[in-house]
Design a protein around this ligand. Structure first.
Ligand code: IPM
Ligand code: MG
Length: 357
């Protein structure tokens, strides 16, 4: 029987609740499709700081490196807001991305038919939207040096550096070009080349690489305009290529097209080695323990894991179909509630999804 080893990282806030639901669905779908999943649970984020004083214990990173894929729920806890940077939950996630060299973050945005009226945008604007944000994930201002805080005569000064090497730009661009090739063959690269040197290099590299991909229709947008176009006419986009910071911002914006950030999955991939699959949303500390969270972004992330990392595409289809079926039946978590729909908690939503498998 085919066997896959998964490291599960429940993390913080609603993380453990949506992990429990996702794990039971993965167990059911693997039985149905004749393969075996082994789960190994580890600490990350605030939960890891509480237990080990580090947001990414060495044992977690080592286990992830040895796995076939890593499935993460969410990290973040306001309790650590005042901590120094190295003792914040977010640092654990950044260290994990860097430690596994996951430079390519894929964030697909599709409108699930049943949710067309859940978006804050008009249905005629979002109907048929199907785009992929390809976000650079291990460089840019998130990781650039120098960074820090210094005391000056006029008080404190703080700084970060937005920096990209040609090599870093090329490798994420190649991922985006290849994805565009398998889709509608349109690539829009996002930058701020009218102001930033780093963006000028970024744009030059995309232009230069585009000669290797003559079938791809390449365009460039400044990030401010891209933010506007995303809500004005999102159907114009196929693949959106962004740096780390711009992708962070634009992918939250793009999430709202789909009705709720609770619906958006992601995959983070390197050149080789295991990928990391996680919902785009955070740990929603205000919902933690209330059984109100939407588990679907994590379930859709698990589907991406099945398809991309484990090559179990039938099982991936099965999870996605289950999500569409419960939505079509009018079942909703709190974030998606609408007139005429039935509201369920996280666990009941999990049970409804299990029935579809
Ligand atoms: C995301 C998140 C993270 C990021 C945080 C939690 C560090 O917002 O994955 O989009 O900024 O990358
Ligand atoms: Mg973000």
């Amino acid at each position: 029987m085919r066997q896959h080893h998964i490291v599960l990282l429940p993390g913080d806030g609603i993380g453990p609740e949506i992990t429990a639901v996702t794990k039971s669905l993965l167990e059911a779908i693997s039985k149905k499709h004749g393969f075996e999943l082994f789960f190994d649970e580890h600490l990350i984020g605030g939960a890891a700081i509480n237990a080990t004083n580090s947001p990414l214990p060495e044992s977690t990173l080592e286990a992830c490196k040895k796995s076939d894929a890593v499935l993460l729920a969410a990290i973040g806890d306001p309790k650590f807001d005042q901590n120094p940077r190295e003792k914040k939950p977010e640092t654990g996630l950044l260290q994990l991305r860097a430690g596994l060299e996951l430079f390519a973050n894929l964030r697909p945005v599709q409108i699930r038919p049943a949710l067309i009226d859940s978006s804050s945008l008009k249905s005629e604007v979002i109907e048929g939207v199907d785009l992929m944000v390809v976000r650079e994930l291990t460089g840019g201002i998130y990781f650039g040096d120098p960074k820090g805080r210094i005391k000056t005569n006029e008080g404190e000064r703080a700084f970060n550096t937005m920096s990209y090497s040609q090599k870093e730009i090329d490798r994420i661009a190649e991922v985006a070009f290849d994805i565009a090739k398998s889709r509608r063959k349109k690539l829009c690269s996002v930058d701020k080349a009218n102001v930033l040197d780093v963006s000028q290099l970024w744009r030059e590299r995309i232009e230069s690489l585009s000669t290797n991909y003559e079938d791809i229709d390449v365009s460039h947008l400044y990030v401010d305009n891209a933010a506007m176009q995303l809500i004005k006419d999102p159907r114009q986009f196929d693949v959106l290529l962004t740096s780390n910071l711009f992708g962070d911002i634009l992918s939250d914006e793009a999430a709202m097209l789909s009705g709720s950030i609770g619906m958006l999955p992601s995959a983070s991939l390197g050149s080789n080695g295991p990928g990391l699959f996680e919902p785009v949303h955070g740990s929603a500390p205000d919902l933690a323990g209330l059984d109100q969270a939407n588990p679907m972004a994590m379930i859709l992330s698990a589907a991406m894991m099945l398809r991309i990392a484990l090559k179990e595409s039938k099982a991936a289809d099965g999870l996605e179909r289950a999500v569409d079926n419960v939505l079509a039946a009018g079942l909703r978590t709190n974030d998606l509630k609408q007139k005429g729909t039935t509201q369920l908690g996280c666990m009941d939503m999990g049970n409804a999804l299990l029935k579809e498998i």
